[in-house]
Design a protein. Structure first.
Length: 198
């Protein structure tokens, strides 16, 4: 997809702040510091749309980005960062759950896991949560440039086993450095949003 226009619509903390459009939405979820902002920026071919940081836990709102006039990317707070207070973690969890459970425009979720490591219990909990609510999900293993290519099958096996993926859930290796997985992630997004027919 050629993205000519990107605009941040709102950084929301409550459902009543969500944009009132009928545009399909793709949400991005993952643990803090898994490379969510880098993935979004790579897909948009822009450097600083989503804020990247060496400090995990930076995204503390649900950020809606409008792409052309076609869809929204939705960047939700990263989960599992220990230095965020327990109260803030609970607040972020409530915020994420409210969005995922109630948003009718949600066309699918891209769940990021670190390709260099086995999925954590939090990663598994998030996937099982999405599965329970029957949200179409794409699992993306990030930072795959740090993994030897002959180990990618092992990376996929780790992700499928660690998250207990069902067979129908697609998995894609991704690198914001080498752009591996760029076309495949976009193809899934376009399909979920009905843009592959345009």
């Amino acid at each position: 997809m050629q993205v000519n226009d990107v605009e941040i619509i709102i950084s929301a903390v409550r459902a009543e702040q969500y944009p009132e459009t009928g545009l399909p939405e793709i949400a991005f979820v993952g643990r803090s510091n898994v490379g969510k902002s880098s993935l979004i920026n790579t897909l948009l071919k822009r450097n600083k749309v989503a804020r990247t940081s060496s400090v995990p836990g930076k995204t503390q709102t649900i950020n809606f980005y409008r792409l052309n006039q076609d869809l929204h990317f939705v960047d939700v707070p990263g989960f599992g960062y220990a230095k965020v207070s327990k109260a803030d973690r609970a607040k972020f969890a409530t915020m994420i759950e409210q969005y995922l459970q109630t948003r009718k425009q949600l066309a699918g979720v891209v769940q990021l896991v670190d390709g260099r490591r086995e999925p954590t219990e939090l990663d598994e909990s998030m996937y099982q949560y999405l599965k329970y609510y029957e949200v179409p999900t794409l699992v993306v293993s990030t930072k795959i440039d740090k993994v030897k290519k002959n180990q990618w099958n092992k990376t996929e096996s780790q992700a499928r086993k660690g998250l207990h993926l069902n067979a129908a859930t697609p998995w894609i290796p991704f690198s914001s450095q080498t752009k591996v997985g760029y076309d495949e992630v976009w193809a899934w997004i376009e399909q979920q949003c009905g843009l592959d027919q345009q």
